[in-house]
Design a protein around this ligand. Structure first.
Ligand SMILES: NC(=O)c1ccc[n+]([C@@H]2O[C@H](COP(=O)([O-])OP(=O)(O)OC[C@H]3O[C@@H](n4cnc5c(N)ncnc54)[C@H](OP(=O)(O)O)[C@@H]3O)[C@@H](O)[C@H]2O)c1
Length: 289
């Protein structure tokens, strides 16, 4: 990739996190900036938890168009911004901040969009009629995935989580008239899978440096298996699913798709997830950060 040329009118965006050096978002947005030829820059912004309010309020003062948020700021920002869009409010977390013309801050959550677009692209035959969806995990990303699936029309979602109270909170907050959400312990993971039409891992199990995800797959091989963990790209869960000939959906596509709405809002051009973009990001996944 050629070097960035910063000018007096360069449009600015970035990602706030603590830590933030591991984030692939600067690479992703820099790829799109170069592809579109837009005079813009997207920067890693290491912001300590105790500084998130000051940092967000500084965005319009410094001329930033907005930013992404990652751990640990996704919930804290809800009480700082001027407007939270209804989807982000339902999910209870935000990952995209847009600075309006009047300098006010609008917050969105694009993780649900990223999940849905990735599933549509990587498992095009899947539809809500396949049957209940099993979600492993009840953290922040699980809330985005559950919201995406309720909005897609899945009628039953089964959440399996270590901490039952956390899963119960997801069920309470995100159940709708059309989608029943039930809560299960890991001891029930075999039973709840058998007639399922989709399985999604949203826990950090299986991620590099975390314990492995130990799970015997029992659902029909026609059911897609999704892992939102993308380091490594091919997790143990996806390798096992591939051996059983499930459609498999890795987590990188979700990361790439969730970036599109932010880019379009800050820099004013539509962008796409292409094989070239994937290859550019994949080439960094094996590198230590
Ligand atoms: N592809 C993408 O775009 C994307 C987007 C967001 C996140 N992610 C990935 O998704 C993963 C989860 O992120 P998050 O923000 O949802 O994290 P989080 O809010 O911290 O939730 C972590 C989840 O993992 C479970 N968990 C962690 N360690 C466990 C263990 N030893 N045994 C059983 N369960 C365990 C937690 O269970 P408890 O509730 O019992 O603690 C919880 O359900 C991370 O690997 C992250 O990188 C990917």
């Amino acid at each position: 990739m050629a070097g960035l040329r910063i000018t007096g009118s360069t449009r600015l965006a970035g990602i706030m996190g603590w830590p933030v050096a591991h984030s692939r978002s600067p690479l992703l947005h820099s790829f799109w900036l170069e592809e579109t030829g837009i005079d813009g820059a997207y920067l890693p912004l290491p912001v300590r938890p105790e500084h998130i309010e000051q940092a967000l309020r500084a965005l319009p003062i410094l001329g930033f168009r907005g930013c992404n948020l990652t751990i640990p700021h996704k919930q804290a920002a809800l009480s700082v911004v001027d407007r939270v869009d209804p989807l982000a409010r339902r999910i209870g977390a935000v990952n995209t901040i847009i600075v309006a013309r009047d300098g006010t801050l609008e917050a969105r959550n694009t993780d649900a969009y990223g999940f849905r677009e990735n599933l549509r692209e990587a498992a095009p035959d899947w539809h809500p009629g396949f049957g209940p969806a099993v979600i492993l995990g009840a953290g922040g990303s699980a809330r985005a995935v559950v919201t995406a699936l309720t909005d897609t029309g899945v009628s039953e979602i089964r959440i399996v989580n270590r901490t039952i109270s956390r899963a119960e909170a997801v069920a309470r907050d995100l159940s709708t008239a059309a989608t029943r959400i039930t809560v299960h312990s890991w001891g029930e993971v075999s039973r709840v899978q058998r007639d399922a039409g989709l399985l999604v891992n949203t826990t950090s199990l299986g991620m590099t440096g975390e314990p492995p995800l130990v799970l015997e797959l029992l659902l029909s091989p026609s059911a897609p298996v999704v892992d939102i963990v993308y380091t490594p790209l091919e997790t143990g869960l996806l390798a096992a699913a591939r051996r059983r000939r499930h459609p498999v959906v890795d987590g990188l596509g979700m990361l790439l798709h969730q970036g599109r709405p932010g880019f379009e809002a800050w820099f004013g051009a539509p962008v796409h997830v292409t094989l070239e973009l994937r290859a550019a990001v994949v080439s960094t996944l094996a590198l230590p950060r």
